[in-house]
Design a protein around this ligand. Sequence first.
Ligand code: NAI
Length: 740
Amino acid sequence: MSDSLRYDGKVVVITGAGNGLGRSHALDFGARGAKVVVNDLGGGARGGGQSSAAADKVVEEIKALGGDAVVNYDSVEDGDKIVQTALDRFGTVDVVVNNAGILRDVSFQKMSLDDWKLILSVHLNGSFRVTHAAWPIMREKGYGRVIFTTSGAGIYGNFGQANYSAAKLGIYGLANTLAIEGRSKGILVNTIAPIAASRLTEAVLPPELLGSIKPEFITPLVTWLCHDSCRETGGLYELGASYFSKVRWERTRGHIFGADRTVKAEDVAAKWNKIVDFEDAEHPASVNDTFGAITQAINRKSLGGNEFIDLDAAFAATATVTSQYDERDLALYALGVGAGADPLDASDLPFVYEGDDRFTPLPSYAVMPPSSAVVARMKDGGNVLLGLNYGFDRVLHGEQYTEIRGPLPRSGKLTHTFRLKAAYDKKPHAVTVLAITSCDEQGNEVAYNEFTTFVRGAGGWGGERGPSGDINQPPARAPDAVIEEKTRSDQALLYRLSGDWNPLHADPSFAKAFGYDKPILHGLCTYGYVSRHVLKAMAGNDPRLFKSIKVRFAETVFPGETLVTKMWKEDGGRVIFETSVKERGKLVIRNAAAEIHGEAPQYRARPQAAPAEEQGVSSADVFSVIAAHIASHPDLVAATGTSFQFRLKNPASAWYIDLKSGNGSAGEGSLDGADVSIELDRALLHQVMTSSIPDIQKMYFGGKLKISGNVAASNKLAAVLSIDPALYEAARRRRAEATA
Ligand code: NAI
């Protein structure tokens, strides 16, 4: 490529041009037609001495290339004299390249005042003096290009270069402001941070490297930045050995507390991860960008808070947790809250026996998956929600509200969405109300819960105290219904199997440490009891009629105590109630109410997802995995000696597993005279093939599948049930990828 970037008629002042980078720049500018002022004091690398030889030689070299140049031997500290040379000889200045430099490297500890002053004088003051002398000339003509030379040591710091890095970063600061002041006058200012072989680096860089990092690799950027056609200004570049790059500032998004709020060191510590998180960082380019953030902080009206509760963060946050349960969980929970205690009372059977046609969750089960989700989030010191920075050690379950918003499935996955509904400052304590909406797999809302938590020592931010809360007071008349029920002495041990593992409810020594004579009953276990009482007395034990329940936990209950729930029927399906412990006469649940539907509501369900056949593991996936398993286990035929026919419904299809003839096989189709025939819904096939024999028997007795032929031989199916369930999923994935 020809040298199309010309400098004909331009006057270029280059300081320290007798050696190294300055010389390389001078030769390039001279060769491109510029009139060059070759300045160099001709001293040593540490700043001593003076000689004209180096600068003279460069002038000769430029002239030999056919260019025009004049020499100047002044120190940059007398910058005006250098610029005067340009004026005397060429009548103007168009370009200044501030390049002259020396080193006085020494550790800060040993650095003398002279070391400090000299380096600042040559680099920072020298750059100032030369540029300051040229500035009015450039302003006058409305044209100028200025280059400053900084260093990686200035940008990042470097051991033994406190003086040098201070001067070099000072130079960058000078350049940034001159870029702003010069822009409207046509003066463009840029800064380079080079790496090149020169007498300044020959002692610090390995000799084998020096040959590859010629000063000539630095000059092209300087030449380009100083050209008429380049409009760049205010840039900072790192370069060397043919590498060219631009450097800019980066800033985290940070955190704004709100300028109307007191911020303590603890608040900063609590937000530290966010303050230093460079994910999605910004690149401020002017002080306006700084003021932008400050203005936001001034305008941000903070809701307040402290290191335990950051209301701004918490009210803005949501969190989603999924959980799963099955019929066993439902039955275990129902037993845990006292259902089925009377073997002669069949009205509890639908809650404890999955074989019952009406099997369904107890309505109060709707509190369990979200409460387990809360525990899961707070486990290992996690926050239940961003901004709620307290742990289990501070919390007491104060109140609970549960509302049924749709039919809870017998089993499946629920998704719980958390948000903070309210936070009250009960100085010195706090109360938070966490709202959790739970949806089924189709996205239908099935439950809504409010967990009201008393947080010890977390108040005092000057917020509202909240409602006094003396609601749901029982009327003066005698209760409309009373249920008395004794809890089991092992009730807490039974209930905890539903997922609240706090040793306070199991371990006597742990309970003692908390000031209790013995392990206490879980608040939510009592909640389950009183929900059942209301369900039984006010809704004829029909869970479809149960709409909502709200209680305040007033006192501890011990396993084995007798709960007495008094209920008053109010208008509009409302029930006021309270529960006390008979043995101690203490009110344990108060300010409580429930809502009962007059008739079972019709919930409008979202359309069901596409059939599992298309979405999940298909029948073909299942049987291809089984066929492969049989092929790799030839001994199965001898060990099992049984053939199975599967008749699937919805949609209908037939599949077989033959572990009787030949080496065994599996696939689609009918097998004449199969020993065992199994009939089931296609949607259940995957579940069956990943279950154990007892579970399959449970399905059989529960009417979910039919087994005919040699029913006892169905146990032999165990031979193919030990297949790693992940293989079915892998088969589905392969099929999905193949059809994609
Ligand atoms: P160099 O020592 O080869 O050239 C510097 C020139 O400046 C010398 O000829 C010296 O006589 C002259 N000089 C020193 N003090 C002066 C003064 N008061 N007035 C006039 N001239 C004076 O060094 P090099 O490497 O070419 O350095 C050029 C610039 O690049 C310096 O500012 C240096 O700090 C900077 N730099 C160099 C790096 C490198 O890797 N070579 C790294 C980072 C920055």
